[in-house]
Design a binder for this molecule. Structure first.
Ligand code: NAP
Ligand code: ZN
Length: 345
């Protein structure tokens, strides 16, 4: 057992406290990772503040982890000491069900084990807001040369969460794709959809981030606070990805789809999303969801990002700034992902 420093929230809406946690002794297939950076995902906030229901406290969040291998178990095949690696939202799954066998461990029929807030071998899991983590090598990703670790960390959740639906729904040349919300997920989405060759439109609350959006590869940028946006863009898109952390009036957004177009929800607000049947029936619209991606697809996404020069734009913070950073994320005041420099823990 290794005792390591971490930051934990002791209760819903309570400030973070420095603490110490135990990391297990290495099993043969385990990798000990010295964490360099941990991204702050809005899901950390939904979970930590109890917006998605009950969780175990104290909670050490963090599922966007990038660092280097410090030690390997006797049976580890894929990684060696010094390798640059990442860990995303899951650290285990059954490995035997239909979904695990199809490389979709995120939909493990027995339930994947979350990097934090889950239970593994009878113990609660603790995430990346800490200095070290021990993870089975099958849930560890290789970070390609060419992506700095701080810019790579957010790819482990934000990157794969957008890569997977964009890939699945065929974003590419000739396709008009809209991204709703340009926060952590949204800014990855714009870059990835652009790199896939799609014509990309950002739908943000205001035009305040238009210059950045265009730099990330957006062809068009509209403010959703301006009602004329919905008239101007009616029936325009093959695909819309909704990354917003709050509930939106879905009928308005479905009206922006072409006939048989698809709107994919990845944002996971506390409040329900409501869709009157006629919002879907007219024009045979598709409303779908997507949740992160499997391990194989996450590696594919990392390699794709390295090849296309895609990475997160980050603001690095020290561990004592986590509370402030969480408030800024909730206020849509993030440019575009906070990452914790775990050396400051
Ligand atoms: P984020 O950085 O806070 O970005 C969310 C963006 O949504 C904001 O930057 C803002 O963009 C827009 N927004 C926020 N409140 C809004 C409101 N009331 N009305 C309209 N737009 C609003 O959050 P994130 O880390 O990208 O995560 C986004 C959501 O995805 C969260 O709910 C998170 O839990 C979820 N998530 C899902 C998965 C999955 O696997 N499906 C994975 C990770 C995260 P603008 O300023 O541009 O309007
Ligand atoms: Zn996340």
């Amino acid at each position: 057992m290794k005792t390591v420093d971490a930051y934990a929230t002791p209760a819903a809406k309570a400030p973070f406290e420095k603490t110490q946690i135990e990391r297990r002794d290495l099993n043969p297939e385990d990798v000990l990772i010295k964490i360099a950076f941990a991204g702050i995902c809005h899901s950390d906030i939904h979970t930590g503040r109890g917006e998605w229901g009950e969780t175990n406290y104290p909670l050490v969040p963090g599922h966007e982890i990038a660092g280097t291998v410090e030690e390997v178990g006797s049976g580890v095949q894929k990684y060696k000491v010094g390798d640059r690696v990442g860990v995303g939202c899951m650290v285990s799954s059954c490995g035997e069900c239909e979904n695990c066998k199809n490389d979709e461990e995120q939909f493990c029929l027995k339930g994947m084990v979350g990097t934090y807030g889950g239970m593994l071998d009878g113990k609660p899991t603790a995430g990346g807001y800490s200095t070290h983590i021990v993870v089975d090598e099958n849930y560890v990703l290789g970070i390609p040369e060419g992506i700095e670790l701080d810019q790579a960390a957010p790819l482990l959740c934000a990157g794969i969460t957008l890569y997977s639906p964009l890939h699945h729904w065929g974003a590419g040349p000739g396709k008009k794709v809209a991204i709703v919300g340009m926060g952590g997920l949204g800014h990855m989405s714009v870059q990835i959809a652009h790199a896939m060759g799609a014509e990309v439109t950002v739908l943000s609350q205001t035009l305040s981030k238009e210059e950045d959006g265009k730099k990330f590869g957006a062809d068009h940028y509209y403010a959703t606070s301006d009602d004329s946006t919905f008239d101007d863009l009616a029936g325009s898109f093959d695909l819309i990805v909704n990354t917003v952390s709050a509930s939106l009036p879905m009928t308005k957004y479905l009206s922006l789809l072409k006939t048989r177009g698809a709107l994919v929800s990845v944002g996971a607000p506390e409040e329900p999303l409501e869709v009157p049947a006629f919002g879907l029936i007219g024009g045979a619209k598709i409303w779908a969801g997507s949740q992160i991606g499997g391990i194989k697809e996450t590696q594919e996404m990392l390699d794709f990002c390295a090849e296309h020069d895609v990475a997160a734009q980050v603001e690095t913070i020290s561990a004592d700034q986590i509370d402030e950073a969480w408030d800024r994320v909730v206020d849509s005041d993030v440019r575009y992902r906070f990452v914790i420099d775990t050396a400051t823990i």
